[in-house]
Design a protein around this ligand. Structure first.
Ligand code: AMP
Ligand code: GLY
Length: 433
């Protein structure tokens, strides 16, 4: 069969890498792809936003399955458009993607179906929002309703910051229409974890838990980024907690969406805060996580493709997911200056040498070819990913690989996975008499 993957980052590289291992697949295209993806797929120069061109490409090439990476085309209805053209496509419809595209929709939905989440209020008037914040005090969380490229959330530790972010969204309109409405939310304390699940509208099949590292610097300091690394499994989510997430978050979510007449198909991403009172939903995303996918897929023993197809066909109940008994860690190497301004076009060396370890794979997130050279082309450049028998082994391998890769100004966190070690050490200590 022929598969088309839509997107150009590390998540899409991981998807293409995994799909390429399927005996069911003869040919993979990726639009627009990147130089890492080009090793497994034919890259076609169509932007993810160009839904018409993507549709006609899939029709002309008789693509059997399209897999959509990013949220933008999903919330703009790529799945609806492909379905109308009789094309099989993995992802939610625009109506179902509202779970990510509108925080107001997601919060109302969670309230209606009693999913555990932070208490909240929604506002379309800045002064009413300000009064609410002054009354409730800090810490408090301000969220622009719409998609804001991951920048629409402010965790405010004082009232002034909260008020400033309300004004930025609603008066200065820094997120455009995405900030016309906002959600003001209770601050949740705890550790975060991500659970991705396949969904076919009725059935869910959860994947193994992972954890992202959003702040740019070691020790979770500095401004938030798109994610500086990830690891899986995440020991903060014990087996009973995992079952609680499946039973109180994922299943009720898919059941509720079906009742709303917006059956959810594709990858459902629950961003969770593990609080003292149990798991709480911080956000839903309507797609695979980035960089979570880069650590979850290398641990998947099963062929991914039958699961993608079953999500489209409503046939997930017939499948069982299998996992490798391995841990996986991915370290993001970023451009100097990221998440602020950064230069592009820096020559990258050492990837081949890093990948000489057969358990290391370097997913490309922001690279391009310049003649013979591979150069940087984004803030997050590479996801250096390693498998190991356990988290410490995977960390050691990932950083050994990172040390072989160079480009001018590069930076990365040196503590990816450390939180997992803290849990494992605590468990060990509890067992030792
Ligand atoms: P979101 O885009 O909703 O995932 O928010 C981005 C980040 O903000 C999350 O990953 C959390 O680190 C943080 N965050 C969001 N909501 C809350 C909350 N209610 N309490 C504490 N932190 C939050
Ligand atoms: N890792 C966060 C996200 O994919 O949105």
């Amino acid at each position: 069969m022929k598969v088309l993957v839509v997107g150009s980052g590390g998540r899409e590289h991981a998807l293409v890498w995994k799909i390429a291992q399927s005996p069911l697949v003869d040919k993979i295209y990726c639009a627009p792809g990147n130089p890492g993806i080009a090793r497994h797929a034919e890259c076609v120069d169509i932007a993810v936003a160009d839904l018409d061109k993507l549709t006609s490409f899939a029709q002309e090439e008789a693509i059997d399955l399209t897999v959509v990476g990013p949220e933008d085309p999903l919330s703009r209805g790529i799945v609806d458009q492909f379905n109308a053209a009789g094309l099989k496509v993995f992802g939610p419809t625009a109506a179902a993607a509202e779970l990510e595209a509108s925080k107001v929709f997601a919060k109302r939905f969670m309230a209606k179906y009693q999913l555990p989440t932070a208490t909240y209020a929604e506002f379309s008037d800045a002064s009413a929002a300000e009064s609410y914040v002054r009354e409730h005090g800090a810490p408090i969380v301000i969220k622009a309703d719409g998609l804001a490229a991951g920048k629409g959330v402010t965790v405010a530790h004082d009232v002034d910051t909260a008020v400033r972010s309300i004004r930025a969204a609603m008066v200065e309109k820094v997120f455009g229409v995405a900030g016309t409405r906002i959600v003001v939310e209770e601050f949740l304390e705890g550790e975060e974890a991500s659970v991705l699940a396949f969904a076919d509208g009725k059935t869910i099949l959860p994947m193994e838990v992972s954890q992202d590292h959003k702040p740019v610097n070691d020790g979770d300091l500095g401004p938030n980024t798109g994610g500086m690394g990830a690891y899986s499994p995440a020991p903060v989510v014990t087996k009973p907690l995992f079952d609680e997430v499946v039973n109180t978050v994922l299943r009720p979510c898919v059941d509720g969406m079906a009742r709303e007449g917006r059956p959810y198909t594709g990858c459902l991403y629950a961003g969770l805060m593990i609080t003292e009172k149990g798991p709480r939903v911080v956000e839903f995303n309507c797609r695979f996580g980035d960089p979570e996918t880069q650590v979850v897929l290398p641990r998947m023993k099963s062929d991914l493709v039958p699961f993608l197809i079953a999500c489209c066909d409503g046939a997930l109940d017939r499948l069982k997911l299998e996992w490798l008994p391995a841990a996986c860690v991915s370290v993001v190497i970023a451009s100097g200056g990221y998440p602020g301004n950064y230069p592009k076009g820096k020559v990258i060396t050492g990837i081949e040498s890093a990948q000489r370890d057969g358990d290391v794979v370097v997913f490309h997130a922001g690279t391009r070819r310049q003649g013979e050279a591979l150069v940087t082309n984004g803030g997050r450049v590479l996801n250096v990913t390693a498998r190991g028998s356990d988290i410490p082994a995977a960390i050691q391998r990932a950083y050994a690989a990172v040390s072989k890769i160079h480009f001018e100004g590069n930076h990365y966190r040196t503590d990816i996975g450390r939180r997992a070690l803290t849990h494992l050490e605590r468990r060990c200590a509890a067992k030792t008499p």
